[in-house]
Design a binder for this molecule. Structure first.
Ligand SMILES: [Zn+2]
Length: 424
């Protein structure tokens, strides 16, 4: 039987893969095809990548525009944290749909389905299947098809730490790979991302998190060998969703716009700036269209901005000037090393009220070099062991690749299958 197994090491920078801390990934590279120019989405943030992974489409099409975003509710721009467990259910009530294009879970519902185990934010986990076609296991709530909530002992009751990651990996191997073997089984580890947001890149605790994630991935590689010995034709994809930059400075974009007279107050809905870390989306209410030129000029003049993406350029980064979205900015970055010698620093937008910033630690979201440096390795039919491919790839290519292996139609997606002879 054809099967696809995916392991995501959230936030793993490909330049941190090496024998010292990730020996399992180094061994896997010998037998897999490596995609050396793999990029993230924009924003390079887990919820955005999750929806792009699940749909094979860019944010302009699936509509999960950022880790935080605004919805037009009764004609008013309302900011939301897309990591909230209820966000996509709320979006369906407001806009008529959770995601605007079908997920892998929906496409595979009639042919054995999808099982996902995830230890990232609830919103990112549920972005794989907001309409309840497959099985989703997450510490904030686990669901069977029909969004039937699973109870103990079937629910995934783990913590967001090393022990939780290991327990989740063990359950994934036992239940998803050995007992059930669905067409698509995904293990989305929370590490090293969770530790990188709290510890400097290259610090002993961050390097330890790399090693833990590597060990969990290696356990899955071993389990996949056993699946193959039982006769399954398995495509094994191991990757990350984005890299990280070190935060060199924190900027309060909302306060800057208010001080410049371009936003009325913290509470006003005229201009709304939900942040995805080192990138921010800027929504402008239709009644304030006369401010757009001044906002663009102001942003372009700031020393905390690398790139202002205006209404005419949003499509080039996979976004669309719709629902009030008018600008996106990727915050200032450089190639300087941090105290541990890890290169790449960025300015972080001040997180929403009540959330800690990440000064000196890792963050992502923008278009800077290292946050756009996730890794991708694929082993199985159509991939050449031990080779390195420099064709640019991104998360939207994974759903078409998965469906191609499962001999399922992959129509209507923005990405393309990566199997030899299939890619353009
Ligand atoms: Zn992530």
């Amino acid at each position: 039987m054809r099967r696809v197994v995916v392991v995501v090491l959230d936030g793993m920078r490909r330049d941190q893969i090496g024998v010292a801390h990730t020996p399992g990934l180094v061994r896997f590279a010998d037998r897999a095809q490596t995609f050396a120019e793999h990029r993230s989405m924009f924003p390079s943030a887990t919820r955005v990548v999750s929806a792009s992974f699940a749909t094979g489409c860019v944010p302009a099409r699936h509509e999960l525009q950022g880790n935080a975003l605004a919805l037009l509710e009764g004609g008013r721009l309302v900011p939301h944290d897309a990591g909230h467990p209820e966000f996509l259910q709320h979006k369906r009530r407001v806009t008529g749909r959770a995601l605007a294009v079908p997920t892998l879970a929906e496409r595979l519902a009639g042919s054995g389905g999808m099982v996902l185990f995830s230890n990232v934010s609830p919103g990112a986990a549920y972005a794989h299947d907001p309409d309840g076609f497959g099985h989703i296991y997450h510490r904030a709530g686990s669901y069977a098809p029909g969004r039937k909530r699973l109870q103990s002992p079937h629910a995934l009751a783990i913590s967001q730490d090393a022990e939780g990651e290991q327990l989740m990996t063990q359950r994934f191997i036992r239940e998803a790979l050995i007992e059930r073997s669905p067409p698509l089984a995904i293990l989305w580890l929370g590490e090293p991302d969770a530790t990188q947001h709290l510890q400097p890149l290259g610090s002993p605790r961050q390097l330890h998190a790399l090693a833990q994630a590597d060990t969990n991935a290696a356990r899955v590689v071993t389990a996949v060998e056993e699946m193959r010995a039982r006769g399954h034709d398995v495509l094994l994809i191991i990757c990350s969703d984005h890299g990280h930059q070190s935060v060199s400075r924190v900027v309060d974009i909302e306060a800057e716009l208010i001080a410049a007279g371009l936003k009325d107050s913290r509470e006003s809905a005229d201009v709304v700036t939900p942040t995805s870390g080192t990138a921010t989306l800027i929504y402008v209410d239709a009644s304030c269209a006369d401010r757009i030129a001044a906002i663009g000029a102001f942003l372009a003049s700031r020393d905390w901005v690398d790139r202002v993406i205006g209404p005419d350029q949003l499509a080039a980064v996979g976004q669309a000037a719709r629902y009030g979205l008018t600008f996106a900015i990727s915050l200032k970055s450089d190639d300087e090393p941090n105290a541990f010698g890890i290169r790449g620093r960025s300015v972080e937008a001040r997180p929403a009220a009540g959330k800690a910033d990440h000064l000196g630690c890792g963050q992502h979201g923008g278009l800077a070099r290292y946050e756009q440096m996730p890794f991708l390795m694929i082993e199985g039919a159509g991939f050449e062991p031990g080779t390195v491919t420099k064709t640019p790839t991104s998360p939207i290519d994974l759903a078409p690749t998965i469906l191609a292996h499962l001999a399922q139609p992959g129509t209507g997606m923005d990405g393309r299958p990566l199997q030899a002879g299939r890619a353009p």
